[in-house]
Write a protein that binds this ligand. Structure first.
Ligand code: SF4
Length: 201
């Protein structure tokens, strides 16, 4: 508990767009600190651009923001056996695992009793898998994982609106180079005058 009577929570922030709604929403109940640990985001220019947008969001919400280590080789090592699998497969579950383990570890180190992630606000992420990996990381570090599905109660819609208000760039791929290639292919399949067969991340 803090002087405001709110419990502290460390929130893994996958990007500014997803964070815009989730951090504000959680601030009503917790004293929030955001943790930007995303070695999956490549190339590095894109990682830096998304970091700058995170700074805008956290500054606007007056939320502390902690940068994680940018270590793409650690990410590639983790997903290498699954790199030929598509999005929403074991490749992504390993990606969730890496980021949630790092968040739980940092939360423990900094004395937080609870952590969560903004990942679930995206309709392209699998909430059941996020919960599974969150529970696994929580058990490993002896803290609690908040299992909320932030896309509920129009969470995704609100995050899109907030992103527009803040002038954030809504990226057209999830983060890794594999997802960037997948997004390019989806665009290639885009029907004339219509939407692509699968929405962007
Ligand atoms: S598509 Fe997204 S969640 Fe899946 S491996 Fe790539 S960066 Fe991670």
């Amino acid at each position: 508990m803090t002087m405001t009577g709110k419990e502290r929570i460390l929130v893994h922030a996958c990007c500014a767009s997803c964070s815009s709604h989730v951090l504000e929403y959680l601030s009503r109940r917790y004293r929030v600190t955001a943790f930007y640990y995303n070695p999956n985001i490549q190339p590095e220019d894109e990682y830096r651009r998304r970091w700058e947008d995170m700074r805008v969001v956290c500054s606007r919400l007056e939320i502390d923001l902690i940068p994680g280590e940018y270590d793409p080789p650690a990410w590639w090592n983790r997903i290498e056996p699954y790199r030929d699998l598509p999005e929403r497969s074991r490749r992504c579950w390993e990606c969730y695992r890496l980021r949630l383990e790092a968040t739980a570890s940092r939360a423990r180190e900094l004395g937080f009793g609870i952590f969560t992630t903004t990942l679930s606000v995206s309709p392209h992420k699998v909430h059941e898998r996020i919960v599974e990996e969150g529970r696994r990381a929580a058990a490993a570090f002896g803290i609690i994982f908040l299992e909320e599905d932030f896309k509920k109660k129009d969470g995704f819609k609100v995050s899109v609106e907030r992103s527009r208000e803040l002038g954030l760039v809504r990226q057209d791929y999830c983060g890794c180079l594999l997802s960037r290639e997948e997004a390019k292919k989806r665009k290639g399949r885009k029907r004339p005058g219509g939407e692509s067969s699968s929405p962007p991340d």
